[in-house]
Design a binder for this molecule. Structure first.
Ligand SMILES: *[C@@H]1O[C@H](CO)[C@@H](O)[C@H](O)[C@H]1NC(C)=O
Ligand SMILES: *[C@@H]1O[C@H](CO)[C@@H](O)[C@H](O)[C@H]1NC(C)=O
Ligand SMILES: *[C@@H]1O[C@H](CO)[C@@H](O)[C@H](O)[C@H]1NC(C)=O
Ligand SMILES: *[C@@H]1O[C@H](CO)[C@@H](O)[C@H](O)[C@H]1NC(C)=O
Length: 438
């Protein structure tokens, strides 16, 4: 029965049918109310609808329903330091929210890299770097992000102070989080964690869970277009150079490239020497010569090949990194590619995000197993292959092979590398390890 039919019947004063119409009208009102209260319809929540409640519903039932349906949020401090640290910190914040059964309020990232002067940290909204809607749709049922505009009462906050110090153990931290799952805190719309940056929180989650969050991080188009430009430049210039030295029929199109995350700058060398002493492991620091030799000996690598050197800016003035590569390996860095300007336009965080993307999409990736950047690239590549149902994850048989040049492999080459997704925490794979699972 449709509405016009209804009016018609009422016009003729048919008592029974008009009663039926009233029933239908009531059902329709009930459905509208339900729809308005459901969170996914929150965009309906304008003034008009509030008036609707006032007319049709008692205030007490309204409050009760709101209590039950109200989204609860978790708020975390601004996320700081380098891209990888920020990604890990963000994942930790998401997984904490998941544990507390709350929606994570979209945190601020930091565009700049000031370690100590926190007041100089340039906050940048998460959605200026990663796609917000896409994150929520990819991570649906796992973790969700919310916007501050979704919060109904910003003063309805409980502050959770993270413990610190040596006596604040992993177990105590976990106990504290478990306590906050308690219904006692359900009354608070927001739990705000104060104190330490999420990167420094304890690591309670398996690698798989981190991988699940990272998967949902898709760069905004503006940034991924910049990465597209770099990648096509690598292939274009690479192809031109290769044609100069090779008969045309030997050139594969598009030209494959090997990305080498070459960590040889001074800061890293000091850091890695210290690490070698402390951990009594000798295979952390690789010299320029060692990296060149190992990359030159990758078993099964088809040459000629383009080598993209992902290096720190300080090294762009050091021409020696382009010299000494094996024949048929054509090395390029940002300067030689003529893409320095593309990077310079952006703050530190975005530059790293572009570099990360270029390494991620490479045909072959070679990094240092003690670098967090390299480790996250390999994790991402491994996850993508697992998702595809790939069988071979190691060596040239893999769709997106990765290697670690600091560990020696076959025939004086680098060691094949994949992420062991069964690890029970991220520590096992991200803060430096020589377990590369291949
Ligand atoms: C988490 O929230 C959902 C929906 O709000 C609810 O169904 C579920 O029981 C909650 N889980 C816990 C452990 O509180
Ligand atoms: C917001 O929450 C605070 C703290 O719970 C409470 O005192 C205040 O009445 C709330 N305001 C509204 C408009 O509900
Ligand atoms: C370091 O490792 C070497 C061999 O791997 C061993 O002989 C030495 O005792 C170790 N030193 C320390 C301080 O653990
Ligand atoms: C992966 O990690 C799990 C858990 O730590 C371990 O049992 C397993 O041996 C590891 N596998 C490889 C190939 O390293």
């Amino acid at each position: 029965m449709d509405i016009s039919n209804c009016k018609h019947l009422r016009f003729f004063g048919l008592h029974l049918n008009s009663l039926a119409c009233k029933c239908v009208a009531l059902i329709v009102i009930a459905l509208v109310l339900r729809a308005v209260f459901l969170p996914s319809f929150s965009s309906f929540g304008g003034i008009g609808n509030n008036n609707l409640f006032a007319v049709n519903n008692g205030p007490s039932t309204l409050n009760q329903e709101l209590r039950i349906e109200k989204t609860q949020f978790l708020e975390v401090p601004q996320i700081i330091w380098g891209l990888n640290n920020q990604k890990i910190a963000f994942a930790r914040a998401c997984l904490t929210a998941r544990m507390l059964n709350r929606t994570l309020l979209m945190p601020s990232l930091s565009a700049s890299l000031f370690y100590k002067e926190v007041d100089l940290l340039q906050p940048i909204s998460f959605d200026k770097v990663f796609q917000f809607e896409n994150f929520n749709s990819l991570c649906k049922g796992f973790v969700q992000l919310g916007r501050y505009s979704e919060v109904s009462n910003r003063s309805d906050v409980f502050e959770l102070q993270k413990g610190s110090g040596r006596r604040w153990t992993v177990e105590r931290d976990l106990d504290q989080l478990r306590q906050f799952r308690n219904n006692l805190y359900d009354g608070y719309e927001i739990i705000r964690i104060v104190g330490k940056n999420p990167f420094l929180w304890h690591d309670h989650w398996p690698v798989k869970d981190y991988a699940r969050v990272f998967e949902c991080l898709v760069l905004v188009e503006e940034i991924s277009r910049e990465a597209d430009k770099i990648v096509s430049k690598i292939r274009e210039i690479g192809s031109k150079e290769i044609r100069k030295v090779e008969p045309v029929q030997n050139v594969i199109d598009p030209v494959p490239y090997v990305a080498v995350h070459m960590r040889i700058e001074k800061d890293w060398m000091i850091h890695c020497k210290k690490l070698e002493q402390r951990s009594n492991i000798s295979e952390i620091c690789s010299s320029k010569e060692e990296i060149m030799e190992r990359v030159g000996n990758i078993v099964g690598l088809k040459t000629p090949a383009v080598i993209y050197l992902a290096v720190a800016d300080a090294l762009l003035e050091d021409n020696s990194i382009l010299i000494g590569w094996k024949e048929r390996l054509l090395p390029f860095e940002k300067k030689k590619l003529g893409v320095v300007e593309i990077y310079r336009k952006h703050p530190y965080l975005i530059q790293s995000a572009i570099d990360y993307e270029v390494c991620l999409r490479s045909d072959v990736f070679v990094g240092n197993s003690f670098s967090t950047f390299s480790s996250l690239v390999v994790l991402d590549r491994t996850q993508k292959m697992i998702k595809m149902g790939a069988r071979n994850l190691c060596g040239m048989e893999a769709k997106w092979p990765s290697y670690s040049y600091n560990l020696h492999g076959e025939s004086k080459g680098p060691h094949p590398w994949m992420t062991n997704m069964s690890n029970l925490n991220l520590q096992a794979i991200s803060y430096g390890s020589n377990h590369v699972s291949c």
